[in-house]
Design a protein around this ligand. Structure first.
Ligand code: SAH
Length: 460
């Protein structure tokens, strides 16, 4: 370990960049972003550098490097294509004790550039000590996924209240505990959910009430867990899954997705098998509210997207009526997941300009659908919960004017390793479903786009 990581104040400092090509432009852009005063020395420059010079954002000297350029300079980048020039700049700069970076030549650098995760004002810098820039980039990508984009705004909010918190809690342990509660509680969550004003008010209130025991407020995260492949979760879903202390889930949530929730969280299964709702919807609504009132951070985890045939709306209506904080995290809905993983574009310029999502759920043995709207030309139909009623569905579409040989696909356990795609037509699909002993969950797609499956299928 022979490199000391530091963060340098560069605002209004004089920085020299020698070179004017694309590589130099990247360095210049970064320096300008951090508020440096940039001088560029290069006999010729590319369009970007010329543009910045024209806008007066940097000083351009159209000539080769001269040692005098290093006078009154706080930092130097050598980014010319001439190795000898780069080496000379490095030698002269180091003799003058000016930090110097020669692009892609660690041996000539007195400082190296880390990989940066930028959540202004929060910054994380990664270095592998020159061992492997590729590894540094990989680490950066990992960290990018771990640190929500909104951490910057969180840091700004905390900075605004720093003096007030210091006055309120002169003792550092108390102060630290206060901030920890802020970071792990509703204030941070409100901010991450884009409710900046609510977060600010909650922080004010927390600071004002800090003496008494503040009332414990729980919250509910209504999260879409996607169709099955855990890689399809959103960053926010994953973060909340690892933070909630109670998880309320149903059958549609795939096991590998559930496995990513916090290990020590309490898990409550609320069923929802077809025609046999293990826990009635009203009880689920009430359960969520009660758990949150008891101070829990409750994850209501749903398959696919919570607002698409997921009754998510009903569940948060109860919460909203009771004034319980909640947020909704979208998930990839089954139609999108199954279509992608089966190589069936839901829309396509040649085949379909629209796509409708319908439920094929049987009600009292029948199907209450707007058939006329469904049989429109150049339209794809994605049918959720349609396997049981596949026969009346296909017959209904044909009876209302759709061609018997309209292509149809059934995607069983879409996006999961066991995914199966059965292809047929409206006329043959009921037989295919019966013969194939189709397992839930399965989705039907009807429309000309199904033809593309043959060419575009990629997921085995
Ligand atoms: N909210 C969910 C849908 C719930 S309705 C979403 O947005 O996806 C349940 C229906 O979704 C199932 O009957 C099935 O038709 C469909 N479905 C969900 N996950 C699926 C999967 N992995 N593969 C195929 N169909 C799926």
């Amino acid at each position: 370990m022979n490199q000391l990581p530091i963060f340098l104040h560069i605002n209004d400092r004089d920085c020299l960049v020698v070179g004017g090509g694309p590589v130099a432009a990247r360095k210049i852009e970064m320096l300008m972003r951090y508020g440096a005063r940039v001088t560029v020395v290069a006999p010729q420059v590319g369009a970007r550098v010329a543009g910045w010079a024209g806008e007066g954002r940097l000083r351009l000297l159209n000539r080769g490097f001269e040692p005098v350029d290093l006078e009154a300079c706080d930092l130097v980048y050598a980014a010319t294509s001439d190795a000898a020039v780069n080496e000379r700049i490095s030698r002269l700069a180091q003799a003058r004790r000016i930090p110097v970076n020669v692009v892609d030549n660690p041996a000539l650098c007195s400082f190296v550039m880390p990989s940066i995760i930028d959540r202004d004002p929060v910054q994380v810098a990664v270095s592998t000590g020159g061992a492997s820039p590729v590894l540094a980039r990989l680490l950066r990508t990992r960290l990018e996924t771990l640190i929500p984009a909104s951490y910057g705004r969180l840091a700004q909010l905390m900075a605004r209240f720093r003096a007030a918190a210091r006055a309120r809690f002169p003792e550092s342990t108390q102060r630290r505990r206060f901030w920890e509660q802020v970071l792990h509680g509703p204030v941070a969550e409100m901010l991450f959910a884009g409710q900046d004003h609510a977060a600010e008010r909650a922080l004010e209130a927390a600071l004002a009430n800090a003496d008494e025991h503040p009332p414990v407020t729980g919250e509910v995260y209504l999260v879409g867990g996607g169709p099955g492949d855990p890689d399809l979760l959103t960053f926010r879903a994953l973060r909340l899954m690892q933070q909630a202390d109670v998880i309320v889930y149903d059958r549609l949530v795939a096991e590998p997705v559930l496995a990513l929730t916090r290990k020590d969280a309490q898990r409550i299964y609320v069923g929802k098998e077809r025609s046999q709702h293990t826990v009635p919807q009203e009880e689920i609504n009430a359960l969520l509210a009660r758990l949150a009132r008891d101070g829990h951070r409750v994850l209501r985890l749903k398959g696919g997207d919570p607002f698409i045939f997921g009754r998510g709306g009903e569940e948060i209506e109860t919460l909203s009526a009771e004034g319980i904080p909640f947020q909704v995290v979208p998930g990839i809905t089954a139609a999108a997941g199954c279509a992608s993983y089966a190589g069936i574009p839901l829309t396509h310029r040649d085949f379909a300009q629209s796509c409708v999502f319908v439920t094929g759920h049987l009600k009292d043995g029948g199907m209450d659908l707007n058939w006329q709207a469904l049989v429109q030309p150049r339209q794809t139909i994605a049918i959720y919960m349609g396997v049981h009623g596949v026969e009346p569905l296909c017959e209904g579409l044909i009876a209302h004017g759709m061609r018997q040989d309209m292509p149809a696909a059934l995607i069983e356990r879409g996006t999961m390793p066991q995914q199966r795609v059965l292809i047929g037509t409206l006329a043959t699909m009921p037989g295919i479903v019966k013969a194939g002993e189709v397992q839930p969950p399965s989705l039907l797609i009807v429309g000309e786009v199904v033809r593309l499956h043959e060419k575009l299928a990629w997921f085995a």
